[in-house]
Write a protein that binds this ligand. Sequence first.
Ligand SMILES: Nc1ncnc2c1ncn2[C@@H]1O[C@H](COP(=O)(O)OP(=O)(O)OP(=O)(O)O)[C@@H](O)[C@H]1O
Ligand SMILES: [Mg+2]
Length: 774
Amino acid sequence: MYKGLSRILSCYCSEKIPQYVSPVFTSVLTKRKGHLGYLGYVFKRTKKHDKGGLSTLFTPVPVKPNPDDINVGEEFTGRLKKQDLLKILNKFYQKPEIRSLASENGLDDQLLHQAFLSFRRHCLEHDLPPDIHIIISDILHGAGHVDDLFPYFLRHARLAFPHLDCLDDLKKISDLRTPANWYPQARHLNRKIVFHAGPTNSGKTYHALERFLTAKSGVYCGPLKLLATEIYHKSNSKGTPCDLITGEERRHATQYQTLTENIETDNSTETENYLLSEPELTPSSHVACTVEMTSLNDTYEVAIIDEIQMIGDRGRGWAWTRAVLGLQADEIHLCGEAGAINLIEEICYTTGEEIEVRTYKRLTELKVEDSALGSLDNVRPGDCIVCFNKNDIYSVSRAIEQRGHEVAVIYGSLPPGTKLAQANKFNDPDSSCKVMVATDAIGLGINLSIRRIIFYSLIKPVVNEDGDKEMDIISISQALQIAGRAGRYGSAWETGYVTTYRPEDLATLKTLLSKPPDPVTQAGLHPTAEQMELYAYHLPHASLSSLMDIFVHLCTVDDSLYFMCNTEAFKFLAEMIQHVPLPLRARYVFCCAPINNKLPFVCATFLKMVRQYSRNEPITKNWLSNAVDWPVPSPKTIMDLVHLEAVFDVLELYLWLSYRFPDMFPDVKLVRDMEAELDSIIQQGIFQITRLLRNSEQILKDGQSSEESYGRGKKSMRMGHLQTKGDESKGKLSEMLVAKGLITPQMLKKLQQELSTDNTERGRKKTNTRNRRK
Ligand SMILES: Nc1ncnc2c1ncn2[C@@H]1O[C@H](COP(=O)(O)OP(=O)(O)OP(=O)(O)O)[C@@H](O)[C@H]1O
Ligand SMILES: [Mg+2]
């Protein structure tokens, strides 16, 4: 039954395991950074392709002929036969001396070949410049040597490959050896660095927060929106007004107070009015944010950078490096795994700052159970089942609810309000919901009332050092972080437990949890907009995606401390919007948008937004409503829910862009209202997730039976017994597409509208043509 469901979901769920790879049990003892070097599953999703050398990144710029060159050479030396010209040019290219001269001038074999093709084409297709004409004429008459062509060839090669003239400048721009110098304001401060090191649930964040709460001003930078929200609530509830800033959201402390007051007095109309009017709000002196959003222009007394080991993350590490090096604060508190201490110490040598390390011990006991769960019949109150793909989340939560438990569900693509509501429902001691099913969206720093963590599987998609996606066993650090959610200090459970669902995974889990996390040896870096702008100035013909590639190839990084983060997501967006005319700075910002590039609906709407921007037409609420088919109905199936999550992503994208382009995305308040409405629609959907699953299955069954009757129909047709009306069979196809989850009912409606508009349009054109013919 769930096989069918996973088929429906597979087009939408980003985390699904690709069907074309099968688990390969490998006995190769590999020691790969960040992963367990022992027997394990390794599924390659894409074959690593040879990325080639720098030269493969350059395509020749078309060299335009000089209009003044017309026939002047011919007047001096007479007409040249193309045949003779071709012979001389080919002879020139075949000479080994030319190859070595070219190499001395920065042209390797690949560039030389491309430059020669361009040069030869140029010479044969256009009037020759007088100097080349004369040289060739001399060679033909025995008065010159083929090698004499080289300076003219090089002149052409430099026009075709402008980087040859500015390679040194490019290398200077992408010299990333001293990132500490990028932040002169922070370098003028004498910052005190405190590293709170220890295992999960040892009070690291708690102790750093104590300083934050008593300081005159502070910033908390965390890895997840949910965690930043936890700190925002903690700080405000303890009487330190604190704002919340994530990529899309700026919530002020005053809003927190008004909201809680109104909620307490149940004055919801007043709350709504308050939010609609949204007076000019003064920022609080404390702020909780996601690390990418950290402001380096503001100064603070205390800054907390949480989960500092994430500095080594292949995709997001740069944001931690930027915060560590660039934050302007008297005290910087870093919280995280001890494995990052050495690296931070080394980085601090480069800034000349001293570091104080405070170590902590786990506050409650964490026990690995001796047996696996084996069956969902054994689920108990306080259990949290952790899955690494959405299909598992759906099937596990359904199966648990069938056993009579109420379930809270948290996964990455849920709106923040829904996540929070689910977390609160589970944490509330008076709630009847005592079981949670979650992805590792709960895996870092979050405090939930979990007694036991059950790993449903130990395999997760990871992006490797080459930017390729692989299915691999979770790292030691991930296993420890997730397991560390059990038995949080101060929660209802004094001891935490951890186990697996499948008995065969238990030994692996025990091995993972018995080791210290791998040390973090390098911190991530990412090119800045300014660096890309300088590159574009030197190479105006290159696309942003190629500029990024060239940058990554040419950059010099001190690899004893740093690495270049992977830029695949950036390049994906750059290629998608390459054909849309945009100023470079705007293009760069669009390419930084946090988009799940596996969601076609989000990508398509993003592209529409970029086009609208490029036409200088503001992206209004009306425009957006049209693009997402607003208002949206409540979800009836899981497919609807998944689509609504994508719509939510689009609204988040709008808000993210509105902070970067306020004039072009003006309807922030209205879109926030849409978000709040959609958040609660999704919340309702999640509360009834079992019903949605049941409906999906029913539709699938109906789809199958209609497929069967479709098959029967075909047979009957062959037998000449069945007469079908054309539009009836059309109806069946669309129903089948909906049933198979290839399109949602909303998409179908829109498609029908578009088709009918197209038909009307075509009809009108036909009539016009007919009238013209008449
Ligand atoms: N000294 C303390 N007094 C009261 N509560 C505490 C104390 N230390 C920690 N706690 C509480 O224990 C829980 C775990 O602490 P905290 O979140 O600081 O752990 P952590 O080491 O940061 O864990 P993680 O690595 O998972 O982020 C929190 O709810 C925190 O408020
Ligand atoms: Mg913490």
